[in-house]
Design a protein around this ligand. Structure first.
Ligand SMILES: Nc1ncnc2c1ncn2[C@@H]1O[C@H](COP(=O)(O)OP(=O)(O)O)[C@@H](O)[C@H]1O
Ligand SMILES: [Mg+2]
Length: 311
């Protein structure tokens, strides 16, 4: 059963240079206990999608569509109602722990504060729970560590603390935004293992440009290009049978797959290409691709693609 259903979502930012169409248009479902990977080049709209779900975008943002979660359209909730969902039901583990952890608060106190806010525990109980959470993300000597400030933590430890904070209120859906970015390989693998463990029996939207990491965690993968999805499939199918030329190019650009970059640059989201948004960079583009915008079509069960090569 679906836990989150996004329909016809558009997220546009008015700017001096014009309207930035960061999301245009996305339809996506996350099932109960599903771990869905969202991959795509920097700037394609992944973080904006995560922030839209949890509704942390600035008020000037133009948002259309629906985001259904447990029978409610999140986009229609009041800020007060949304606050009860944010953190408690849906948690976002942000991209950069250095900016997301408060540098002047002890790590344990920050986690305890989140717990107090959502679970109505008293200070002492929240504090105990915070230490438990640090223990659950395998931070050694959690009692002592809880009394330290973020700068006393290494990069990997900060990421663990962020995960502990995200999980403190036992959310049903975790949105993890590039949680392994900037970590060295060994630490990255530890964090991946941890995320896999803590997301068991939960749903997770795992945002990453690291396909290797996505394969280890995710059941399905959605590939995003210039504000829309271009392919959706089971993780192994994305690797064994990538259909969209962009997905194929993305795979070929990976270090262990030949490191061959896709030619050209990702398009401006203010001035999107006509027809298929990928056509200026595509070796298979025909005249039709320059004019018509291809729809997302399910080619095999559970495998959809937005490309005229298949329809
Ligand atoms: N507040 C904003 N105002 C204007 N443009 C924005 C804003 N936030 C994000 N964008 C633009 O939206 C696009 C998608 O950004 P983002 O979701 O952060 O990309 P990704 O996470 O895939 O790297 C980018 O072009 C970015 O510059
Ligand atoms: Mg991002």
């Amino acid at each position: 059963m679906s836990l989150l259903t996004i329909t016809h979502l558009k997220v546009h930012f008015p700017t001096q240079d014009g309207m930035v169409k960061a999301i245009d248009t996305i339809d996506l479902e996350i099932a109960n206990s599903e771990r869905l990977g969202l991959i795509g080049e920097t700037g394609c709209g992944k973080t904006v999608l995560g922030m839209s779900i949890i509704r942390l975008l600035q008020p000037s943002t133009k948002i259309e569509g629906e985001i259904w979660y447990k029978g409610k359209d999140l986009l229609k909730l009041s800020e007060g109602e949304m606050r009860k969902i944010r953190g408690k039901e849906i948690a976002m583990i942000l991209q950069n722990p250095t900016t997301s952890l408060n540098p002047v608060l002890k790590v344990g106190d920050q986690i305890a504060e989140a717990i107090q806010l959502h679970q109505g525990l008293d200070k002492r109980a929240a504090r105990e729970k915070a230490v438990e959470m640090l223990e659950s993300v395998k931070i050694p000597s959690p009692d002592k560590r809880a009394n330290e400030y973020p700068h006393e933590f290494s990069g990997g430890m900060k990421e663990r603390a962020m995960i502990a904070m995200g999980l403190a209120c036992n959310p049903s859906l975790i949105i993890a935004d590039e949680p392994t970015k900037g970590l060295d390989v060994t630490i990255k693998m530890q964090i991946v293992k941890l995320l896999k463990e803590v997301s068991r029996r939960k749903s997770m939207l795992f945002i990453t440009h690291d396909l290797g990491v996505a394969t280890q965690i995710c059941d399905n993968i959605a590939v995003m290009y210039a504000g829309e999805l271009v392919e959706y499939a089971k993780t192994e199918d994305v690797f064994k049978n990538p259909l969209h030329p962009y997905t194929q190019g993305f795979l070929n650009s990976l270090p262990n797959m030949g490191l061959k970059p896709i030619r050209g640059m990702s398009p401006s989201l203010i001035d999107l290409p006509s027809g298929c948004r990928f056509h200026p960079r595509c070796d298979h583009a025909s005249a039709k691709c320059t004019i018509e915008h291809p729809p997302m079509v399910e080619i095999e069960k559970g495998h959809s693609v937005r490309c005229f090569l298949y329809t």
